[in-house]
Design a protein around this ligand. Structure first.
Ligand code: SF4
Length: 241
């Protein structure tokens, strides 16, 4: 393991009260270039990217291009590359895996059962994430505790037991909606166009819809799965603190 459980525990306590800037500054100093930021171009990920880029302009940022994204998400990829002048690491699924899956179950298998939905997320997301994570010591997310019940107890620093025990950082785990909005405004961070169309959480096109007032922000993800976890498997592997 990159860090012991005791070290992670100590760092979690140490950084609990420190800013995301201080936390990412430490992380970049400790892990760069064997550290990579996950980015789906939603507000949280963009804030983490912006903070890290101001500290280290060569910070590594990757995104999972499932092949089923909204055009607005592809537009964001171009915008981020231009505005930050960075080589975005765009990961694509293994073509043989996709071909085998859609030949046997069709392009829209995810609507048929939860098992099929998890299979598609596995082929188009989780497997490529695992490929990337096998080559780094640390990855960084924009997860926040108040996004969904499954995220309410995440720590700022964890050992990712599902990915060879590398370190997983959630530097804005404790941020509020207001903090995010303030940061975006002050720093002119690019914003995904689908927020203007009623989307409050953005994933693949066939699996995301806009939400209504009063709905949980993640209610539009896999909306046909009313009572299930709104997760795709990227963040639900057992993580040890
Ligand atoms: S979100 Fe939908 S289309 Fe995207 S990988 Fe998961 S099941 Fe497949």
């Amino acid at each position: 393991m990159v860090l012991s459980k005791e070290e992670v525990q100590k760092l979690d306590e140490e950084f609990a009260k420190k800013s995301a800037e201080e936390f990412l500054g430490w992380a970049l100093n400790r892990f760069h270039p064997k550290m990579a930021l996950a980015n789906s171009f939603q507000t949280e990920d963009m804030v983490v990217l912006d903070i890290a880029w101001r500290i280290q302009p060569k910070v590594r940022v990757f995104t999972l291009d499932t092949g089923r994204l909204h055009q607005e998400t592809y537009d964001m990829m171009d915008r981020v590359r231009d505005q930050y002048g960075m080589n975005l690491e765009i990961l694509v699924p293994d073509s043989a895996e996709v071909e085998a899956m859609v030949r046997s179950k069709g392009q829209n298998l995810f609507y048929q059962s939860t098992e099929n939905r998890h299979e598609c997320c596995g082929v188009r997301k989780v497997n490529l994430l695992k490929r990337l994570l096998s080559g780094v010591d640390c990855w960084v997310t924009g997860l926040r505790r108040d996004q969904w019940a499954t995220r309410s107890s995440i720590s700022k620093i964890e050992i990712d037991a599902g990915n060879n025990g590398i370190v997983k950082l959630n530097p804005i785990a404790d941020w509020t909606d207001q903090q995010l909005a303030d940061y975006i405004r002050v720093h002119n961070v690019p914003s995904h166009a689908l927020y203007q169309k009623g989307f409050t959480s953005i994933g693949c096109l066939p699996c995301t819809r806009p939400t209504q007032a009063g709905e949980n922000p993640r209610a539009g993800r896999w909306w046909w799965e009313q009572d299930l976890q709104k997760e795709c498997g990227l963040h639900v592997a057992a993580a040890e603190k």
